[in-house]
Design a protein around this ligand. Sequence first.
Ligand code: FPP
Length: 242
Amino acid sequence: MPPARPEFSPLPRHVAVIMDGNGRWAESKGLPRYKGHEAGARTVREITEECARLGVQRLTLYAFSAENWKRPKREIDFLMKLLKRYLAGEQPTLMKNGIRFAAIGRLHELSADVLGEIEKTKAMTRENPKMTMVLALNYGGRGEIVDAARAFAGDALRRGKVPEVTEEDFAKYLYDPAGAEVDLLIRTGGDHRVSNFLLWEISYSELWFTRAFWPDFGIPQLHEALSDFAKRERRFGGLPER
Ligand code: FPP
């Protein structure tokens, strides 16, 4: 692993990104919206590789929200096709860079072909040691907490009793328990909201908002977010260390 760059130290272990602004990026160039999503997929590749290179351990990307089904069918179909194409095309790069692939969300509601490609990519990259890249697909933060509560209740019923439950115990029922803490949440596209993303996981995240549309969010912009994160004092409700 290359030595951590001092300006990015401490490096966030878990970075999450709300990749917004693909449509506006395309419109600003007089292009159809789908061109923005294609350009966004190229940014996904670039940012994923750079995060792995720098030593980020987990990168969670909001690729399709549970609310995105409200978009026109043509756009949804395009996004699903792009996702399948991206996964199939990216498998060699994930292997080369030692990146493990995972996905969170109500995945069972996705089409069989998309689900098949997800499972294939997960299986192929399972042993990769470097970074875990997680795509949030058909994902909603409230839905995740409800799904965790359902799974918790199911276990309690099977055991015949409701156990004492701590936050740590409950977090084991999240889609991706290893990703239960996000250190840095980035949102591109100029809006200042969290849009139902990782509600449990971002409780103590540092937030970074940029006006840049996702296709324009390159390595320099990622570096800017990381060096700003490195300067923040995280107190987790306590007092500063003196
Ligand atoms: C927001 O842009 C982005 C999305 C709804 C989906 C994110 C998808 C990608 C980055 C491309 C595909 C991803 C992968 C992993 C292959 P928007 O359309 O809401 O932009 P707007 O706010 O300007 O309309």
